[in-house]
Design a binder for this molecule. Structure first.
Ligand code: G3I
Length: 379
């Protein structure tokens, strides 16, 4: 199995021979000129050999502007999700209108390359449009929610593999006995907003698998354990009320410097989800390196890759896990570098959390992921 060092050596050879940098070059199909990372050597093909899907979150502005990015996605991914284009803030410029052009472009690109698409998302406490707070009331909230789901879900009916119907509904620190987050949707509709959303989603697109997506449930620490317990209790309540829900998304935003292990807690959680008859997707994986104190890039890369390796070894041992998506594909576009989330301890230091670097060359993460796919049990 080729590692990153061998890749760099081969890449240097290919450059001398007149080929590289492959992604930035343009004309010829990328897989013809990349040393052993395209075709059967790509992430999607290694995943597929184990019955898994690999893909990533896509920024449609970059998709439109950057041919090399499009080539990289086509080369590596079997499944895509819009990083922001399907959120209310992007889809709903006014209470009466919809702006579909970004999502339409994503869908067209995916169709052209035979890729699946995940929908993200119908219900979230964030990324609501500016007009939302003054317009949506207890009286009209159910109509707003169900119309949004039937319009958006209906437009892409039959073309979405899975919808994140509700995103991040649990926040135990809000102190409610049911663990639900004190979100705008909860304040408007009460806890039944989840059921309303899942039922509307099933009606709008009966083929799409309906997903509950959550973060902060990965680690063996007290906070994550409480969130896992509340999430499982929520899923049991929904299931026992025959609410249509098919899958759980474990976001998988991890920190390289986090000393809390990923282990028994997550393993038991995944087994419980399987026991309820649901699939599991790793929906938003990345590994934040901002709290790694070393200024040595290679060392940080190794730490990040080690987290990918061990996390995927743990999660892919669970047969209910069917897809792995990273939250972006290249370090040049990761949300972790967009300023707000940046660790102030290392100002200006760029994070390297994804399988390709800012020049679209494979990182240690790429090789760690490929190895993890190879070692995964077959679905
Ligand atoms: O596109 C505008 C740009 O025109 C403007 O100049 C700039 C000024 O701030 O903002 C740009 O929009 C930003 C957008 O990302 C695109 O980069 C928004 O402000 C910013 O809020 C938005 O952040 C996204 C965030 O969700 C909120 O929607 C992140 O990119 C996206 O990675 C993040 O994704 C979330 C998942 O949906 C749910 N799970 C956690 C994950 C990470 O926070």
């Amino acid at each position: 199995m080729m590692n990153r060092r061998e890749y760099v050596r081969l890449a240097a050879f290919a450059a001398v021979a007149g080929g590289l940098p492959p992604v930035l070059a343009g004309a010829a199909p990328m897989q013809d000129r990349s040393p052993r990372i395209g075709g059967r050597q790509s992430l999607k093909e290694h995943a597929k050999r184990r019955g898994l899907f690999y893909g990533c979150a896509v920024d449609v502005k970059i998709l439109r502007a950057d041919g090399a990015y499009r080539e990289l996605l086509a080369q590596q991914c079997d499944i895509l999700v819009g990083e922001s284009c399907m959120k209310w803030s992007r889809l709903r410029p006014t209470p009466e209108s919809y702006a579909f052009s970004e999502t339409d472009d994503l869908m067209a690109f995916a169709r052209q390359h035979g890729m699946k698409v995940r929908g993200h998302n119908f219900v979230w406490h964030l990324a609501l449009p500016d007009w939302f707070a003054a317009t949506v009331t207890k009286e009209n909230a159910e109509r707003f929610l169900t119309e949004h789901i039937s319009t958006v879900g209906g437009r892409y009916k039959g073309k979405i593999q899975s919808w994140d119907v509700v995103n991040e509904a649990i926040w135990t620190k809000d102190g409610r006995p049911d663990g639900l987050r004190d979100s705008p949707w909860l304040r408007l509709l009460g806890p039944q907003y989840l059921e309303i959303a899942f039922r509307a989603a099933r009606k709008a697109d009966p083929q799409a698998l309906l997903t509950y997506n959550e973060y902060g449930i990965e680690l063996d620490n007290e906070e994550n354990a409480a969130k896992r317990a509340a999430t499982l209790a929520l899923l049991r309540r929904l299931k026992s009320a025959n609410v249509p829900i098919d899958a759980v998304g474990i976001q998988s935003h991890l920190h390289a410097a986090d000393k809390s292990a990923v282990g028994g807690g997550l393993v038991d959680f995944m087994a419980s989800v399987r026991g309820m008859g649901m699939q599991i997707y790793l929906t938003e994986m990345d590994v934040d390196d901002s709290r790694v104190n070393s200024e040595d890039v290679a060392e940080r890369d190794r730490e990040v890759a080690a987290v990918y390796r061990s996390y995927l070894a743990t999660t892919l041992a669970e047969p209910a896990v069917k897809s792995v998506l990273t939250w972006g594909i290249s370090d040049s576009h990761t949300w972790l570098n967009n300023g707000k989330e940046h660790d102030k301890a290392h100002p200006g230091r760029m994070q390297r959390d994804l399988p390709f670097d800012e020049e679209y060359k494979p990182t240690e993460v790429f090789f760690a992921m490929r190895e993890a796919f190879d070692q995964a049990r077959r679905r």
